[in-house]
Ligand binder design. Structure first.
Ligand SMILES: *Cc1c(COP(=O)(O)O)cnc(C)c1O
Length: 869
């Protein structure tokens, strides 16, 4: 490790920061000041490490990876960075000698909650994976002032409080005002011809300034990733408007500008068709693409080699407009022809899809899209026209052309635009990627099958086992060494101990300690006493009907009723743990939270069942809560309706910490099943084809109630209300439509629940299953996912590091003989200086003629291949 700081040096650095920034001596500094001081030191180290990394990478043929995503659910940074830098012990000691506990400083940091759930956490895990595997990478997102809301239950009803994270989180951000750029909204397009030269003028636009803030993320090893977050700033007050008497318009514009990065949209898996959301998306995309082009032009002076040097990755459809934005800059500012630009764009951009549910596919009203983004609309229409012509010429099937079109029926379909403008489309689990080809993108798959592939999601092992579960990490290390931390496959070595009673006993002990630790957290947060010897059955994830918390609830009601009727039943004590946020406008989800809360009040206060059954709902599920929860779980509930959950990553975190999956064959559960074998997982319910069949045949939820007495009783309980509250909407939704077929899977779910409880009673058997899960989790490392992306989609290799002695490492030279850039490594940042994006090396040609009609007569050849002249 290059970063070497001694305890003495650390003490001096801390003392200096405290004095310089807060004017305090260590003996009077608060924990908050200590936290910020240490964070600033770590930030400086990361910046140095980044320079070293960039220096090593120079001259090597490893692409720049740009990962665009509206969400990065980062959680806390201090612990993660200290760990990955190998500095935890040093700072622990330095602080101890100053009378400060490092663990207390961790608690000072707010979660950077710039995401909703799985999608945003995936992006955060990938920054760690990219750095650890050694890619030069930049994540792009927005610097929301308020992240995902803080959740508080008031009489069981979710209320949302704003999450202003910057006061404690800002220390990690390095402002980079010299990299600012402008993003234009609204106005109109005026174009003119100067011989062959086409000028596009965006007139009367509302311009917003984008200011970048950088957050460094250390990998384990030599690599560093960067997250560049854009903040919107109001433009200088437009004095012409002022003079013309349009004072109010000027004020409106500035209010609009600042609103763009005020708050994260809190809806998970459901698009919001609001103009502010579209503004956010274009703001991210435009600033990021401008930045990527600047960086590239500074280095190479041309965009011709963009696909060879750069990969731009679009995470879900939210950043789709990166495609027309890249076209816009190449056409309007760099003078490329349409065909040349299109070829470069489509070879550079790749897209990951995250959902197959129709209601979750993003569509924008054409009216809003064209009004807000007039030039992007023109380009989108041209892409659409050319693609329509291409599909027609390839198929002569008008219905198919309409289905595959980008703009149709007054709507812009973002997923179609993504597929058309990317060279690669991937799903996020084996099952999901197959479903994509068979359903939503079937037409596209038939046309260009080679575009489609799979990259199963992964999680950052450093965060989700090393830091979250140090006891387990230390014990695994004592058995098989610490290679598994970066070479996750090595976890399989644990399997040689699967029948070793001593090892199993120790694993059991570690789990128990983690449960005791978590029971204390529950006591503190909820005031409920939990028996650490009971089974901890955990369902933690966003509240969504497709994830089927309602199925879990129905079984709990049923078990409660059974215990009331039969107090001496053979029932292993169980604690059901929920944590979950609902989108603020998602009524049914909020009702389900209220129902869990009401049920927990009834059950936890019923002396008849109290030593056997408890239900806990933990407020404000976030990354930091997940980190203490995962190590304490025995059962991982992954019970979505088959065919609805794209992958899941919570399932991976739980498995890695030794929980046994109780789930349907959905998302990555299928691959978890394959990795652990059928003896080490509890699968129930319909499979995807059975779900499809049942939908076709006609689904009647009431028939399941009639055929299962336990279910009928549970439904009756629900109908009567719980803890004095009515849940008619939940009840009637299940009885009448049950859109995610919870009732159809109820019987088999109860069977699986009984079996897993029975297995738990056989402690040795259960701990052995647990070992099989930990040891099988290797393939779910984010490092493996990143290498899949690199090999199959980005087509590039990681930066190579010279194997040197630690002493020599400090002055390491790039491995490749000739570096194309001669600047000093320390100047890396400066070298990003602005380059005028004027007509770069390309003769101007006729490009998009905005007023031109769509080609009526279909072209003979694919539009993207034909020269438009
Ligand atoms: C991992 C994670 C998720 C995703 O959970 P799933 O079960 O995959 O939906 C959501 N929220 C947080 C805070 C997480 O850490």
């Amino acid at each position: 490790m290059k970063t070497t700081i001694s305890t003495t040096q650390a003490k001096k650095l801390i003392t200096d920061k405290l004095s310089h920034f807060f004017g305090v001596a260590p003996d009077v500094a608060t924990d908050e000041q200590f936290y910020k001081a240490v964070a600033m030191i770590v930030r400086d180290e990361l910046s140095k490490k980044n320079s070293d990394f960039r220096h090593t990478a120079k001259g090597q043929d490893s692409k720049e990876i740009y990962y665009l995503c509206m969400e990065f659910l980062m959680g806390r940074s201090l612990k993660n960075n200290l760990y990955n830098l190998g500095l935890t012990e040093t700072f622990d000691k330095a602080l101890s000698s100053m009378g400060v506990k490092l663990d207390n400083l961790y608690e000072q940091e707010p979660d950077a909650g710039l995401g909703n759930g799985g999608l945003g956490r995936l992006a955060a895990c990938y920054l760690d994976g990219l750095a650890t595997t050694g890619f030069q990478s930049m994540g792009y997102s927005l610097r929301y002032e308020a992240g995902i809301f803080k959740q508080k239950l008031i009489d069981g009803w979710q209320t949302e409080l704003p999450d202003f994270w910057l006061p404690g989180g800002e220390v990690w951000l390095v402002p980079r005002e010299e990299r600012s750029c402008k993003v234009a909204f609204e106005g109109y397009i005026e174009d003119s011809w100067d011989g062959d030269f086409h000028h596009v003028n965006h007139k009367d636009a509302n311009v917003v300034e984008a200011i970048p803030y950088d957050m460094y993320v250390s990998g384990k090893g030599e690599g560093v990733s960067r997250l560049r977050l854009w903040a919107a700033k109001k433009p200088e007050l437009d004095m012409t408007l002022f003079n013309e008497g349009s004072y109010m318009k000027a004020m409106e514009q500035s209010a609009m500008a600042e609103a763009i990065t005020k708050v994260l949209y809190p809806a998970d898996n459901s698009p919001e068709g609001k103009s502010l959301r579209l503004r956010q998306q274009y703001f991210l995309v435009s600033a990021s693409i401008q930045d990527i082009i600047q960086r590239h032009l500074t280095k190479y002076g041309t965009l011709d080699n963009l696909p060879d040097k750069v990969a731009i990755h679009i995470n879900d459809t939210h950043p789709t407009m990166a495609i027309p934005e890249l076209m816009r800059i190449m056409l309007d500012e760099c003078g490329y022809s349409w065909d040349d630009a299109w070829s470069i764009v489509t070879r550079t951009v790749a897209y990951t899809n995250h959902t197959v549910m129709k209601e979750a596919l993003e569509c924008w009203s054409e009216e809003l899209y064209s009004r807000l983004l007039p030039r992007i609309y023109q380009i989108t229409k041209e892409i659409d026209n050319r693609f329509r012509a291409y599909v027609w010429s390839a198929t002569y099937d008008a219905d198919r052309v309409e289905r595959m079109a980008v703009v149709s029926n007054g709507v812009v379909r973002m997923a179609n635009l993504c597929v058309i403008g990317s060279h690669s489309v991937n799903g996020v689990s084996a099952l999901h990627s197959e479903i994509l080809k068979e359903t939503v993108f079937n037409d596209f798959y038939n046309l260009t099958p080679a575009k489609f592939c799979n990259v199963t999601n992964g999680i950052a092992f450093r965060r989700w086992i090393c830091q979250a579960n140090p006891a387990l990490t230390d014990y695994i290390t004592s058995l098989i060494g610490d290679g598994f931390i970066t070479k996750s496959d090595e976890l399989e070595k644990l399997r040689q101990f699967k029948d070793d009673k001593k090892v199993l006993a120790k694993l059991d002990e570690i789990k128990h300690e983690n449960k005791v630790r978590f029971a204390k957290i529950i006591k503190k947060r909820n005031g409920v006493d939990i028996n650490p010897d009971s089974i901890f059955d955990v369902q933690v994830k966003r509240l969504h009907e497709y994830k089927r918390q309602q199925l879990n609830i129905l079984n709990i009601i049923s078990e409660y009723q059974m215990l009331k009727e039969n107090p001496n039943a053979d029932y292993y004590p169980k604690t059901y743990i929920f944590a979950s946020k609902a989108a603020p406008g998602y009524f049914m989800a909020k009702k389900l939270i209220q129902l869990i809360d009401a049920l927990s009040n009834v059950i936890n206060n019923d002396p008849d069942v109290n030593d056997k059954l408890k239900v806990v709902f933990l407020e404000d599920y976030n990354v930091s809560l997940a980190e203490v929860l995962m190590p304490a779980a025995d059962i991982s509930e992954q019970i979505s309706l088959a065919g609805t959950e794209a992958s899941g990553t919570g399932n991976m975190k739980l498995m890695l910490n030794g929980a046994i999956t109780l789930g349907t064959l959905d998302g990555a559960n299928v691959e978890i099943h394959d990795a652990v074998g059928e003896d080490n997982i509890y699968i129930f319910g319909m499979k995807t084809p059975e779900v499809e069949q049942l939908k076709k045949a006609g689904y009647f939820p009431q028939s399941y109630i009639q055929n299962n007495e336990a279910l009928a009783k549970a439904m009756a309980f629900l109908q009567n209300g719980v803890n004095g509250k009515k849940f008619d909407e939940v009840y009637y939704s299940l009885v009448n439509t049950d859109p995610y077929m919870a009732l159809a899977d109820f019987t088999d779910y109860q069977r699986a629940q009984r079996e897993i409880s029975k297995a738990y009673a056989d402690r040795e058997k259960f701990v052995k299953m647990s070992l099989m899960n930990i040891s099988g989790a290797g393939i779910f490392s984010a490092d493996r996912s990143i290498m899949d992306y690199a090999n199959n989609i980005w087509h590039t290799k990681p930066v190579q590091f010279a194997k040197e002695t630690p002493k020599a490492a400090k002055k390491s030279k790039p491995m490749a003989p000739k570096s194309e850039i001669k600047a000093e490594p320390e100047k890396e940042e400066k070298k990003e200086a602005k380059v005028e994006p004027k007509k770069v090396e390309k003769k101007a040609e006729k490009k998009v003629a905005p007023k031109k009609e769509a080609p009526k007569a279909p072209a003979k050849k694919p539009a993207s291949k034909s020269k438009k002249k």
